[in-house]
Design a protein around this ligand. Structure first.
Ligand SMILES: [Zn+2]
Length: 92
């Protein structure tokens, strides 16, 4: 058998456009109820990925997330994402 290498799934951050290991990115998911952060990465729905850092997050909220998720972000959606980022900031 050929040496089997563990393939690490990669995704593109919609904030900076960098390809990154999926495990370091945070998934954002579009649901019928709105746009949510999906820390488990398992929520069904159209997803997009962002680095857990302010520049990428802001870029995503301002423009690229709505494009990636093919929806428009309402105020509640944006507030929810911003507050999630704030909670990350407090840890770091
Ligand atoms: Zn990024």
């Amino acid at each position: 058998m050929m040496g089997k290498r563990k393939h690490k799934p990669q995704r593109t951050c919609v904030g900076c456009g960098q390809v990154e290991e999926k495990s370091v990115l945070i998934r954002i998911v579009r649901t019928p109820e709105g746009v949510y952060v999906d820390p488990t990465g398992k929520r069904p729905g159209r997803g997009a990925y962002l680095h857990p850092r302010r520049e990428c997050w802001q870029q995503g909220i301002d423009s690229s997330l709505s494009h990636a998720l093919r929806t428009s972000l309402g105020k509640e959606d944006k507030d929810r994402l911003v507050s999630y980022l704030s909670s990350l900031d407090q840890e770091g």
